[in-house]
Design a protein around this ligand. Sequence first.
Ligand SMILES: *Cc1c(COP(=O)(O)O)cnc(C)c1O
Length: 378
Amino acid sequence: MPLALRPEFAGQEPYGAPQLDVPVVLNTNENPYPPADEVVAEIASRVADAAAGLNRYPDREALELRGELAGYLARESGVRLPASQIWAANGSNEVMAQILQAYAGPGRTVLTFTPSYSMYPEYARNVYSTFVGIERREDFSIDCAALADQFAQHRPAVVLIASPNNPTGTAVEPGDLQRILEASRGVGPQLTNGAEGAGGADRADAIVVVDEAYGEFRREGVPSALELLDEYPNLIVTRTMSKAFGAAGLRLGYMAASQEIIDSVRIVRLPYHLSAVSQAAALAALAHRDSLMEQVEQIRQERDKLASTLTGMGLDVAPSDANFIMFGTFADRHKVWQRLLDQGILIREVGPEGWLRVSIGQPHENEAFVAGLKEAMR
Ligand SMILES: *Cc1c(COP(=O)(O)O)cnc(C)c1O
């Protein structure tokens, strides 16, 4: 007998960036530096302490960790928030899933500006929501003039904006973000006393999620959306320890938002979703935030250097505020990607037709990439 898989998932493939064992891996925007010895030692010791109490469930509210994340954000962005306005989960992927569970769902729409993160349509699908992608302009900026009409047409419950964006690397203009937040007022699902869509004409503000997975890599003078939290109770800023923190393997993402939003996410989270081991390891890594942030500075410098090298090679380079660069354009990008792989260099074939994306590696890896690319373009 066939099994009755939900129609949304029929014929779908699981997420799969290639995990190939090659000398130069520059395809998933990880931090190229493994944790320093003292960070490894501290993680091991805190996890050992946590292990001694594993017969008990972990702190369901992860309050100590949320306090430390709040302290980190204050230092990184200058925006000080109480622990109660921070929420943590297993990667910002899980944070996003929880947000959509609470605010999207069947009959509701999730909207984003494409090209953007390839997971967004899948998050929307997983909660049985409609997904709408509005195309960005040629320079990957958002066309704000059209926003009012688009929001009136699609009535998004949730608007997702990656900034710095993946795969383009571009950050949303601060003025544009404010225009989006203004336009999001009163355009969401209908508010009624009973069932959605029956009677009352008032509409909720759309939830606006700014995904700052690459926030720490933004260039000097580019603000974080955290600065707007006070003004917009429908704004959520998500962050992760996967990129700048060099802890993709840890699976620790978090968000900052109004108390009301945090409380609604607490309703849908699975009890004890964040293991005692994860919480202990994240606290250990956060204790070394200073040395980790120096590394971020190095990666930013390498990024700017690689961007000018690629420009000097006559390529188009999208201005990057992230730890990767999208460049092109190639008549046959797959051929270039394959020729790099043949030389043991793995990058990513994503973005608009003709573009490729490379993560910033250690200096010797970036040099190998440039040499490999010259060879591939011959
Ligand atoms: C890498 C990435 C994330 C991080 O996801 P985690 O689950 O925290 O590892 C989130 N958003 C974007 C746009 C990304 O590229």
